[in-house]
Design a protein around this ligand. Structure first.
Ligand SMILES: [Zn+2]
Length: 300
């Protein structure tokens, strides 16, 4: 008899925990830049997506790096409701840019929420700047033609990037300066071009100066959040592979700098991402959809 009562109590506690988890108010976040197709994340994707869901990171944008990855990303986004695809050739692979790639990109872009990640990286000594600029410009043209926002990678190339973005009319489509590392003045130049500023794990680092100033001085309406996982792991997880669940640490730091509630940071940055990328607002977590565990689509 005692065992039976104990069993019933355990069952009730379990049910209570499940209901509590389901209905508790949890802030929602969008990770606007995570490389889920990269081996450290892809090899344990179910665990990564479940952890993201538990932390309220309900939508993730997975950008392309090399054109060989695009199919993998398309399949990933077709499989998981929480994952949205972007396609592009990263500047580190600009040497591989060939005629015909723009057509291939346009072919993939139909299902994408953005073109990226594209840009210029002058910290890469082995990729000629001229090649990088050609690849960047051609891909920008695809984005503007199709009407998709861009995910921009920029290292030590701000003056060229601003010039090319102006020349190619990026204002018509908008986009994001991903893992922004520039000054407040450069951020203002980007805002004038209709771009948003994406804040990554660097804002949590002990020696962060510029990212903190950016968050402090920019209006929340211009800010989106990202992990750039598996890179740029925020504190206190530095040393491990980054993953979308750790976006919460970025949001927590933004909330602290702004003197805001983390829920509010989630709400505003998610609304910014929805507006920019045309994401469907979802009120439920990725594990709570009718499409099965982790939001895996069953009708594909
Ligand atoms: Zn990236």
């Amino acid at each position: 008899m005692k065992i039976r009562i104990l069993f019933i109590i355990t069952e009730m506690l379990d049910l209570y925990t499940q209901l509590y988890r389901r209905f508790q108010r949890k802030p929602m976040f969008v990770d606007t830049h995570c490389h889920l197709d990269c081996p450290p994340l892809f090899s344990r994707l179910d665990v990564v997506l479940a952890a993201a869901r538990d932390c309220g990171v309900t939508r993730m944008i997975c950008p392309g790096v090399g054109s060989d990855d695009w199919e993998k990303i398309a399949v990933l986004a077709g499989t998981y409701e929480a994952v949205f695809p972007a396609f592009g050739l990263h500047p580190m692979l600009a040497g591989a840019y060939r005629e015909g790639l723009a057509e291939k990109l346009a072919g993939y872009a139909g299902d994408a929420v953005a073109i990226g990640e594209i840009g210029l990286d002058y910290a890469l000594p082995d990729v000629p700047r001229e090649r990088q600029q050609i690849a960047f410009r051609e891909q920008l043209r695809v984005a503007v033609d199709i009407g998709l926002p861009v995910l921009i990678h920029c290292r030590r190339a701000f003056s060229d990037i601003i010039r090319i973005l102006k020349e190619e009319n990026v204002r018509r489509v908008g986009g994001v300066m991903h893992a922004f590392s520039g000054s407040f003045e450069i951020a203002m130049e980007c805002l004038k071009l209709g771009l948003s500023i994406s804040i990554s794990g660097t804002v949590t680092y002990g020696n962060a100066v510029k990212p903190i100033e950016i968050v402090r001085r920019l209006p929340m309406e211009c800010i989106v959040l990202e992990t750039d996982s598996p890179d740029m792991t925020p504190e206190p997880f530095r040393g491990r592979d980054n993953e979308p669940a750790y976006l919460v640490e970025v949001a927590r730091k933004v909330a602290e700098i702004k003197g805001m509630d983390i829920d509010e940071v989630g709400l505003i940055t998610s609304a910014n991402a929805e507006r920019l990328f045309g994401l469907e607002p979802k009120s439920r977590g990725i594990g709570e959809t009718e499409n099965g565990v982790n939001g895996e689509k069953t009708n594909q």
